[in-house]
Every structure is written in structure tokens, then in C-alpha cells.
Ligand binder design. Sequence first.
Ligand code: PXG
Ligand code: PLP
Length: 472
Amino acid sequence: MSKKYFGVFSYLFQSYYLNRGAFMAINYEQTFSEIPLAQTNLDAYWLPFTSNRQFKDNPRIIVSAEECYYYDADGRKIFDAMSGLWCSGFGHNRPEIAEAVNQQLLNLDYAPAFQFAHPLAIQLANRVKEITPKGLDQVFFTNSGSESVDTALKMARAYWRAKGQPEKSRLISRAKGYHGANYGGTSVGGIEPNRAPYGELMPADHLPHTLLPQNAFSRGLPENGIELADVLEELIDSHGASHIAAVIVEPFSGSAGVIIPPEGYLQRLRQICDHHDILLIFDEVISGFGRTGASFGADFFGVVPDIMCLAKGLTNGAVPMGAVVASKMIYETFMNANTPDHMIEFPHGYTYSGHPVACAAGLAAMDIFEKEKLTDKAKELAPHFEGLIHGLKGVKYITDIRNIGLAGALQIEPVSDDPVRRPFEIALACWEKGLYVRWAGDTICMSPLFISEKDQLDEAFNILSDCLSRMV
Ligand code: PXG
Ligand code: PLP
């Protein structure tokens, strides 16, 4: 074996053995000694949602994690102020999840998802039903948020067909919404750069976003803009309610930079949907499982949708998994559609829907979520986070600051006509100083872990503030 390949294998081998037990001490020096060889082999890897050329010139390689920290290939300890990608709020490398996954792999690695079930999928469906708002009773498993969204859109359209109203097929979403990267989600998505490269997508109408200048620097829910929900009435007037299947929105927009709906806005959408017999879908991939300081965005805002999309926190990000939770009315409509019992009511699903290993991770994550009352933890920490993020008001180039629960964003003034450059430079400067924040469009986003300590957040904001002050 050539030295180069030996180096890579030896690194992988060492990382595996050094990381396999969360209780084992991590020997960083040894782990990282072979990393530079791994870095030379980046060619084959096409990274998702990444500036690949810049990355390959200056790779950021994360090799291990523990609680609220990442460790990179140079042995640096980095505070994770993003819960990975909004998904690992309960703490990295939870031994309970690792143990459950390990046991499951030794007991039942895979079971066919179509026409068969296994006990953990049934248990997890019941757990998700219990934890989600009353009225959302039927749980359909997917492998990601993107699959949850495409599942929900197909479910909504098939629901109206099952009811004998096939013309109710149009979908309405919102500008600046993010609904994953699959075809349906890209079509209803409202972040233009994510749509532009693909030409014609599925037809969808977009409500206006709720990012109003008069709401800049609101703490929590902004006051102005409830009337923006009434644009839904205009879309209904132009298409006719009899042609509209569903409205899909995030309770708060995460990816576009934590855009929070004004007071009463989601209630108004719910009223309009009820009045015109249109389904309301909440995409809670980010807002679910405690991020707002309530269990779900639906609980935070006091609005229950007909269908909810979940992922991320369901397994604490440890194993890919998503779920769609629908009302009994929707499920019963499929069941009562007058087809013989041996016919498939909803011809949809994935090889790995309800995968046994993902279910094991999900059940362990739900145990942690409930036993450690992590929603309460997020709620308790949220005012401290709010104080810190709004403490940056007045710093140059920050044109808005928004927050909800343990999610927040800084809006950064563009450099001439390039809105991305400055957030990118700020986040890279933070990374160099041991802090991971996310740069997305013209924003810097933060979504710290629920188990973060106040002094860890204080330190993170010191670094951020220092990096912001050095920007030219
Ligand atoms: N819906 C919403 C509301 C999301 O936030 C998805 C669907 C898609 O989930 P998957 O698991 O297919 O990625 C998401 C995912 C970011 C960022 O920093 C956001 C997401 C994913 C990665 C990065 O804005 N959201
Ligand atoms: N493409 C082909 C050729 C397949 O056979 C399948 C599944 O059987 C898929 C795509 C979908 O894969 P998945 O079920 O993992 O989403």
C-alpha cells in the first residue's frame, strides 16, 4: 500500500477507534497526525451548497465533536453556535444515541419499509404523535427535510384527488421560504438563487415575505405586517379556492436569515385556509423540537397546521431522518377512498422510510428531549441569547438583528452589489478564532445548542463582536 493511502486509512482507523465511545478520552494529537494526507485528496468530493473552489483552497475539516464543540483537523476546538446545521441542539455525540444505534445494527439492520413494519417504527410514530400538537396523529417517515416537504406536497395533492376534487392542485408558499432541495421543495422555495439555475420548476405562487424595514431590530416577534397574510385572499381570488391544494410556510423562515412572522400573521393564514378549505402545511424542519423555546413552532404561535414537516431534531442530526405528521382527517380520506383493501392508498415512500437504525436514534433522541426538558432549557437560555445578539446593535454594517428562541440572525450591509462577501468574511474570521456561525446570503445565522452554557454564549459573542469590529 502506498504511503499516501496508508496515511488515509490509518487516519480513518484511528478516528474510528478514538471516537467510537463517547466515554473514551480523545487523543487529538494522534488523531490529527495523518490529516494533511487526507486533505490532499479532496478532488473527488463535490460538496453540497458549498463554494467548492474556495473550500478546496482552504479546507475546513471537522473531525470530531463533543457537547457544544467541534474539533478540526488542526486540533482546534471550535464552539458550535449553529447546532451543526440547526439539527444537533441536544448535544453532539450523545452516548445514549450511539448506544441505541449500535444495538439496533446488531439486532435488525434493515427491514423492508413497504408492506412490512418493525417495532421501532411503530414506537417512534407513537412518540412523534404524542409530542406534536393535538390533531396531528398520523406519522409518515422520510429520510430528510427535503423528502418530508416533497411527501407533504404529494400528500396534499393526493388528498384532494382522493376526495374527488382533482382540480385542487395549486400550491402556495412564501418568498424567502426554504423547503429543501428536492424538486417540489425547490419549486415552492422562495430563495431566488436556489431556484434560478434550474429553469422552469413546478408552478407555485409565492406570498410576500415579512421582512419589513419598519420591523428592523425587533426583539422576538415583529409588530408590523399582519396584512401581508391577506395577499393569500388575493391569490385565492385570482385562482379560485377550488384550484388550490395547500399553503406551505415555515413558522419562521430559518435559512433566509431567521425571518419571524409578525404578531397574528400565522393565525390569519390559518383563518383564510379554513375559510376557503385549503390545507395549511407547516415546514417545521428547523422550528421543530424546541428551537423556538416551545416544542414546535405550532405550539409557539398557537396555530395547528393540517400537515407538519419534520427532520433534523428528530434524531438530533445523528442519523438522517424526517417525518410528515398529518391530521386524522387527511389519513381517513385516503383510507375511505373506496378502493379495495389490498390496494395501496398513497403510492409514495422511500426504501429507507422508518429505517430501523434511524428509528433507534429517533427514540433515543426523543428520550433525551423529554427527560432533559430541552424545550424548557431552550426557553430559559433564549433571553440571554436575545440580550447578546441585540447587544450588537450599532456595530457597523449590521442593518437588522432578529431572534426567536435559540435562533437569530444579523443582516449585513452588502459590499457594493455583492451581498454574500461580507458575511462570508465575517464567518471565516470567526472560524479562525474558534467559533462556527453560518453565513447565508446577506446574513450571519446562529442557532446554538440547547445545552449551551451562558458563559459559552458570552465567549462566542465576544469572538463575533471582535470579528465584526475588524471588518472593513
Ligand atoms: N425545510 C426547511 C424549513 C429547512 O430548513 C429543509 C426543509 C430540508 O431539509 P434537509 O434535511 O433535506 O436538508 C430544511 C433544511 C441553513 C440550512 O443554514 C438550512 C437547512 C439545511 C442546511 C442548511 O440555512 N434547512
Ligand atoms: N432509483 C431507482 C432505480 C430505484 O430502484 C429506487 C428505489 O428502489 C430509487 C431511485 C429511490 O430510492 P429511495 O427509495 O432510496 O429513495
